[in-house]
Write a protein that binds this ligand. Sequence first.
Ligand code: PMP
Length: 392
Amino acid sequence: MTSSMWQFSKRAAALKSSAIREILKVTELPDVISFAGGLPSPNSFPIAKIKQAVDDIMDSDESFNALQYGPTEGYKPLREWVANLINQREKTHLTIDNVLIVTGSQQALDLIGKALIDEGTKVLVETPTYLGALQTFTQYEPEYVSIASDDQGLNPDQLSDEEAKSANFLYTIPNFQNPTGRRLSEERRKKLAEKAKKNNLLMIEDDPYGELDYQGHRLPSLISFAPDNTVYLGSFSKILAPGMRLGYVVGPVEFIRKLVQLKQAADLHTPSYTQHIAYQVIKDGYLGSHIPKIRELYKTRCQFMLAQLDKYMPKTVRWTKPEGGMFIWVELPEHINSTELLAKAVKSNVAFVPGETFFATNPKKNCLRLAFVTVPEERIEKGIKILADLIK
Ligand code: PMP
């Protein structure tokens, strides 16, 4: 077969493999100290508990259902679990009709892109933002409007009423954001929610890192301040295992119904098998003891990396000091281009993700993202020292 046999759609043809991805290919080699990947630590995977759950299901009458096709909306007990979780935590009044189980929250982003974006649709994003959201939304050709952000996250004062009115939705990650590790302050959450209500703005609240709060001190979500204006995305990737591909969308019934139609066309439903396993694992409150262990593990790594940055980086370099999550965002002096730095760093067996990929508009060239949870401490120290020497 040759490519002259077919013509890719305009949408597929427009997809480019990025130069950065090419450089990062080498980061899978064992000698490379990679701060690039956004993977959770495999030490956080509850392997024995999952094994037990599989055995329990397979030995029970549920085995047939776990291996059968299921409803597009998801496994009912799991949807109930999600509705209860959010109701208790955010004082909402959800029923299972407000919940759709998805194949990872990445699928939710894609379904939302399909549901809400036509060519030229205005989409508000914080700056920088999650690359995977930009990749999926961009397929549907939105016009992005970036809202300035600082150490406290997205700044609602920088979002004008006109912008809020003219956009179809705002996409935001209030907790320990990817890529910066920032958390939106409570005051800003309230302000943003008020602005959304006033301007009839829909907010897509993406929250895969909310539980990874090192102090276990969660701030109320946007959905608790503006339930009618918020579609909330949750994920089991960072609290159970990403290979299970399990996430959920919580939103107005009418919105969920539309996503169900789109999801049915995409993959019929999220695997019954993983939904049953996850529910078996979590139904008796297991996460209450499991999540604190992940928090502790990540907190220690984060503090260690921050200490190495303090020790080795020149005074001209700034970085975020996350209170949760998996990422630190580093700002280099203006004249340093982090993509060029990556090419040099990779030759010294160190990798990170250059910041420019995380901007929807006006990319900043002097930033980079460091992921710390999968790298052992001695390699964190070695890697940061190499990076600091290159920057100097
Ligand atoms: N949103 C954000 C902000 C993320 O960082 C990620 C994963 N890195 C996702 C969504 C997708 O997560 P998943 O599909 O595994 O639930």
